[in-house]
Structure formats: C-alpha cells, structure tokens
Ligand binder design. Structure first.
Ligand SMILES: Cc1ncc(C[n+]2csc(CCOP(=O)(O)OP(=O)(O)O)c2C)c(N)n1
Length: 645
C-alpha cells in the first residue's frame, strides 16, 4: 500500500501521475485540479508539517506552467523551492508526498537527484534567474531555439543582489527566458524596501491596468502576424506604461518585455497568457499577483508569517497543535531576541540587523520595541554585512543576525568590509549546526571553519542560554572587533536563564568537570551531550574530564597546555564540519606545541547531510550522546588492548 493512500486525492488528481497526464485535461478542468492539489497539500502538511502558505499561493501557477510548457524538456526553475509542493505532486511524487521532509523521504525543496522535473537544486533564495539564464544560454549554444526556460521568483527573493545581477545579464541576452514574478507582498515577514513599493505602485495603478488590458488584447491579436507587429505593439505598450506610470518601467528599462500584473489564481487566464508568451522571443517577465495561503481561510486571513511554516495544525479549525510540555527551556533564538533588547536599553549604540529573518531570528521583538534601531534589509545577506560595517565605522555596534548557512553568501563582505578594517560588528549566527528537516541547503555546517581562518575574528559558541547572554554582553564592550557567536536551532537547557550579565574573557574556556582517563573538549551546545554522557560514565565508575572551550578562536592556550600535559586521550566534539573546524583547531595547537596525545574528533563528516530530525542526524553523524559514550568505551578498550599487547 502506498504511503499516501490514507489521503484522498480527488477525482482528477488520482489520474495524474505526470504533467503529460495533466495536459490531457481540458482547460475547463484546470480549476478543479487546482482545488484538488490544494486540498492534498492542506491534508498532508496539516499532519506532517512543512512550508505551507507559499505552496498554496502558487497552486494555479504550478498547474498552468506544467500545462503550457513541455516539462521536463522545458526547464522550470523554482526560486527557494519552499513553494514547490504542488509541482512535486504534479510531477510523479504525489504518493511519496506524505514523506516530505522526513528522513529518507522527499526533500522539502526541489532536488535534481529526486526528479528530472527538478531542474535546479534550491533552498537558498534568489538563484532562479541566474540558473534559468544559464540553462537558456546553454540551450541557445546547443542550437535549441524552441526550448523554454522559466524562473518562478517571489517578490521577497527578488530583493537579493544575485537576482538583480541575473536580471542585468539576462536583459542583454536574447534568450528564451521567462521570469514569473510571484508577487504576494510577503517574504516570510512582510516584504521590505523600495522594490516592494514600486511593485505595489504598478499593481494598484488602475489607469495603467485598464490601458494595459487593452494593449494586451491588441498584442494578443497581432502577435500572430509576426515580429514587426509585435515590435509595434511593444512600443505602444511601453509608451503607455511610461506615460501612465510617469516613469519608465524598471524591467523594461533592463530590456525585458514586462507583462502584467495579472491574477495568479485565474487558471484559464494564466494558461492563455503563458501560451502567448511562449511565442514571444527574448527575455520576458510576467508579474502575477497571488495571495500567500490562498484557499485556506485561516492562512489567508490570519498571520501570514505564522502560516509560512506553521508546524502541524488542525485543518478544520486552523489551530496550531503545539506539543504540551510543562515548562521548557527557551529557544536560543528567543534568548537572543530578549537579550539584545536588554543590552540595547543600556547601550544606545547597539542596532539590530537582519536579512529578511525578522521572526526567524526573534529580532521582531526589538523591531516592536525599538523600530528606529532595527533593520530588516530584505533577502540581502551581503548587504546586511556591509551595511553593518558602515554603521560600525560611525560608532554603532551592529548585531547582525544571519543564519549560519545564509552567511555563506556574505563571506567576502565579512573579510573585506568588516575583518580587514577590524570593525566592531557582532555576527550572531543562528541555526549553527544540523538544522533538521530543511536538509543539506540549510545546515549550518561550515561557519566555524570559514570564520576561524579570518584574522581579527573572534569565533565563539555558547553551551547554554546564560553563556549566550554573556557572550552577547561581552561582544558589545568597547573595541572587540569582529565577533561571532553561533548557536543552534531549537531549545537551550536552562529554565532560569535570565541571569545577570557577566563579562567573559576573550578566549577563555571553562572546566565543566575535572577527570582522569580521557578529556572531552566541546564547543557550544554539544557540550550538553557530554553532560548527559557523564551520567552514564558516573554509573560505570569512569572519571572523564570535560572542558567547554567556548572559543574556537582564540583558543584558550592555558587550559589546553594543562589538558595536553595531563591527558593522552582526547575527544573533541562540535556541531560543525570536522574539516577545518574546532577539532582541527585543537589538532593545530597540538602539532604547534609538539604534543603527541591521540585525538578523536566528533562532528559533521565530509559529506552533505540530508534531511531528518536533528536527533536522527546527530546520531547518523556520530556526535550524539551515544556516540560520545561509545567513543569513550572504544578508546578505553583499545587502551587495554594495547596495554595487554
Ligand atoms: C539566502 C536566503 N536567505 C533567507 C532565506 C529564508 N527564506 C526562505 S523563504 C523566504 C521568503 C521568500 O519570499 P518570496 O520570495 O517572496 O516567496 P514567498 O514565500 O512569499 O512565496 C526567506 C527569506 C533563504 N531561503 N535564503
């Protein structure tokens, strides 16, 4: 029995195993199939969790695109990919859809290894234009003039530098590239910036829209008479747009044919427009207006941000089903969100910066309390870093909060704009380590390694909430230079965590437990896995030492000399890649100081880790509590063997 048999598929959906089946339907049936796809998403995501509002918002678009274009020959690229559930369901994966984001099941994002319909692997925003343009230029150079290339990008994702870079290049290339701008006025939080205002202006100018509809009709009629007629229509169209909008159309000025805005939920109209656009050569942009959460009333009318990825919910009432836990430790992100306010109340130079993760980072609390000191700069990690650097030159102390994996985007900015100038920017890297269901694109695996090699950079990771607060306090003291604090997705370990601030000496580690046989050196939250393992060691009569180093850079050389002088067997543990990470730093220290202890390193191995729960992945990567216990026993037994031998 297939996984999804529990979930009804609707009369039409049950007949669709691929877009070829979809194309057998009449245009009149497309509304019905859209309803069935939507219901299937609601039924499954309400029970299994995952992204929600974005996929509901593009159901009609997904249907229309696969109906009109000859996928998989024509290339359809989804930006971010969190909205591609309808696409997955229509492209042969409806039976597996209940396994979405579960270990061994479908990925929550398009993935080339999963399906030929997933033309480009995604997860991070704003890559679709560049990728689709690359495909379009390759097709052209292969002599295929008919192949179509479509990028579907949201208004939020359109704010990133790379999207503008792609537009700039595409406008100068005469390729079959169609960009669908899926405009729902939302990123995860409300969209921000001047582009948003511009798009709203176009969408709400009634005079423009009336004139545009007329032009569209003329264009539709005359396009069959060949390119000259189209050229005439193009001129009239842009002239009217320019006159009515009182300015040139932004996309047209980059050499794109701009069409729209049109209703992204009217399947028939979408199909007609897409068919027409297929015949118009060159770069084109179709501006579609959609509603995030469309077709599910609680999501359409409720808090759109919450419905971005709501977790499991009761689909009949729209109520979120939160696990009832008595009193649990807070999420690290909330400790950050509360602590930055506490610090900013005392230190007027502190500002908060986020690239479009206001709620995800919990900086939304500061935005409410101190809007004039909190900046959501859009999906623009590079800009967020350099903007913070600029602020720091003027004496501000920016706390620039970026998810570890998204920080990969802004590496040069960290080096060139912050570190070389030794500016006081505090990087709070949320989601450091394995994040769980979002998978390979989102794991924060590399930041310890890629920050550790940057001169001037302080690289720290708190083991618990109190440590996070104290590191944040320390980072805003005068003249600290670039300071990174990384913490994981999820909850800490302390119930009473709002402790008074204490300065932590830069590079100073701490002893969690003295011991004899083996020393375990941890960085950050995995120190708590060691604490748990200690319960077992105690029962087994083992006396294992544990040190929380706190800093991967600078290292606490004093404590390390004492450790290497005492212990021959050492284990390091970190929630980051083994290559170049914290364990590597310890090995460098050992080699530089001619110690000869043996070191076992636990952390993320040299391969991409896919999705699963955090616990499953920690286990797979062999750095959970069990792995620590096993490692200790292995080391001790090999010790015995070598003694016997
Ligand atoms: C580089 C990067 N930064 C941040 C994110 C987190 N993120 C995922 S979806 C999203 C909002 C995207 O907004 P939009 O493109 O308008 O799509 P919508 O969700 O509104 O359909 C953000 C910020 C990301 N995936 N990649």
């Amino acid at each position: 029995m297939s996984n999804s048999n529990k979930y009804p598929q609707g009369e039409l959906l049950s007949q669709i195993d691929s877009p070829a089946d979809l194309r057998k339907l009449s245009k009149n049936q497309l509304e019905q199939i859209s309803k069935e796809v939507r219901q299937y998403i609601i039924d499954i995501v309400s029970e299994k969790g995952g992204h929600f509002g974005a996929s509901l918002g593009v159901v009609e678009l997904s249907v229309a695109l696969h109906y009109v274009f000859n996928t998989p020959h024509d290339q359809l690229v989804w930006d971010v990919g969190h909205q591609a559930y309808g696409h997955k369901i229509l492209t042969g994966r409806k039976e597996q859809f209940p396994t979405n984001r579960i270990k061994g099941g479908l990925s929550g994002f398009p993935k080339r290894s999963e399906s030929v319909y997933d033309t480009f692997g995604v997860g991070h925003a704003s890559t679709s234009i560049s990728a689709a343009l690359g495909m379009a230029i390759a097709s052209k150079s292969n002599g295929d003039k008919k192949k179509q290339h479509v990028a579907v990008i949201g208004d939020g994702s359109m704010t990133a530098g790379i999207a503008f870079e792609g537009l700039n290049h595409a406008g100068a290339e005469n390729t079959n590239l169609l960009i669908i701008l899926n405009d729902n006025c939302m990123s995860i939080d409300p969209a921000v910036g001047a582009l948003k205002e511009y798009l709203t202006d176009i969408s709400t100018s009634q005079t423009y829209n009336r004139a545009k509809n007329k032009i569209w009709k003329i264009l539709g009629k005359i396009s069959e008479f060949g390119p000259n007629a189209q050229a005439v229509a193009k001129k009239i169209d842009s002239a009217i747009k320019s006159t009515i909008l009182g300015e040139s159309n932004y996309f047209e000025s980059l050499n794109f044919r701009y069409f729209g805005p049109i209703d992204g939920h009217n399947t028939k109209h979408l199909v007609n427009v897409l068919k027409d656009l297929k015949d118009i050569p060159g770069p084109k942009i179709l501006h579609c207006l959609t509603v995030k959460g469309k077709g599910y009333v609680p999501a359409e009318e409720g808090d759109t941000t919450k419905w971005h990825a709501p977790g499991v919910f009761d689909k009949d009432t729209g109520k979120f089903k939160k696990a009832k836990i008595k009193k649990s430790p807070p999420k690290y992100q909330d400790v950050f969100g509360k602590t930055i306010i506490d610090l900013a109340q005392k230190n007027k130079q502190i500002v908060g910066v986020t690239p479009a993760m206001l709620t995800g980072s919990s900086l939304n609390k500061m935005m409410t309390e101190m809007p004039e000191r909190t900046y959501d700069v859009g999906i623009a990690e590079q800009h967020a870093v350099t903007f913070s650097a600029g602020m720091a030159t003027q004496g501000k102390i920016p706390f620039c909060n970026i998810y570890s994996s998204f920080m990969q985007r802004a590496y040069d900015q960290v080096i060139h704009d912050v570190a070389i100038q030794n500016l006081n920017v505090v990087f709070c890297l949320d989601r450091g380590g394995l994040v769980g269901a979002d998978g390979a694109t989102h794991h924060g695996a590399y930041d310890i390694a890629f920050f550790r090699c940057i001169p001037n950079m302080i690289v720290s990771a708190p083991m618990n909430e109190q440590e996070l607060r104290n590191l944040m306090y320390t980072a805003q003291l005068p003249n600290q230079g670039p300071f990174s604090i990384r913490y994981p997705r999820g909850n800490g370990v302390m119930l009473d965590w709002e402790t008074p601030f204490q300065e932590i000496k830069i590079g100073e580690g701490r002893v969690i437990k003295e011991g004899e046989e083996i020393a375990i050196l941890s960085l950050g939250h995995p120190g708590n896995f060691v604490v748990k393992a200690q319960e077992k060691f105690k029962k087994a009569g083992l006396n294992i030492a544990h040190y929380d180093l706190r800093f991967a850079k600078p290292l606490d050389e004093k404590i390390l000399h004492s450790i290497f002088n005492k212990f021959e067997k050492i284990i390091t543990i970190e929630d980051g890649c083994l290559q170049g990470g914290f364990g590597s730093a310890i090995l460098e220290f050992m080699a530089n100081n001619n110690y000869t202890s043996s070191v076992k390193m636990l952390g993320i191995p040299d391969k991409f880790i896919h999705h699963g729960t955090q616990d499953e992945l920690h286990k797979d990567c062999y750095y959970d509590t069990d792995a620590i216990i096993k490692s200790v026993h292995e080391i001790l037994s090999s010790n015995l063997i070598s003694q016997v031998g």
